[in-house]
Design a protein. Sequence first.
Length: 271
Amino acid sequence: MSYILKVKITQPQAQYRIPFSQRRQFTYPIPPYSTVKGLLCNLLGITSDSEENFKKIKEGLSVGIYGRYESIVREYVWYRNLNSENHKEKFHHVNNRIVDFTPQHPGGQIPVTMDVLHNVELLIYFYHRDKDFLEVVKEAFYNPSNRHSPIHLGRSEDWMVIEEVKLIPIENLEYKRVRSIDYFTWIPEKKFVEDEFIEKSNYDSFFKNLPGNIFRLPTFYKITSDNQRVFENFVIAKLYEGRSFLPFSCYVDKEENLPMILTKLGETNNE
């Protein structure tokens, strides 16, 4: 029998930063795939892409991310740069740290506006044909003894509360027509969708007519020789924001009334 792992999470605050937003750092309303993958790697204590659990993630894991939040707040913070040239621009000499007769932090600094979500609710679904791997992931959520950093989702300070971790037999899902979803979610292009739970024949039409902006979201990266992180695998998906759509048939989590439109992380689009 096949299973889906459901994880229910709440966060007092979170920011899932949109790349390349600088002076004002925008946030996605829900975490992208790479952020959830990073959470799994942390929980499982994965430090290398040669580890068996990492191969399980890359070669067979599908993920569905659903979320909503109470409010969004704009925060103002200082970003610091310890580059010597930025330090000299502020203090006029590399050995000086005094401004207006007061010792200050070294380096340069710049004011940054940051969008932060408050009272976040997330439902994340994981599917893998290897039930034993899902059991490993479930145990890691309950007892993250192998973690290599504090458990967070988003920024390092965005701690989370795990409300529920539950394995759902696929036979307990309900197959029905869906017309709307009361959460933000990522809806993948057909190439990336896990087709075990959907009506395959009209998925192209469903995706084409679905309201929402299209994103090219990174999933897996490599570390270059100069220690830079470079993403090389991407997923094409729409960010669905809660409006109605043409009826679409798929399997649904009956408790949450959420469709199992999951994304295969192992599929790639490098174009």
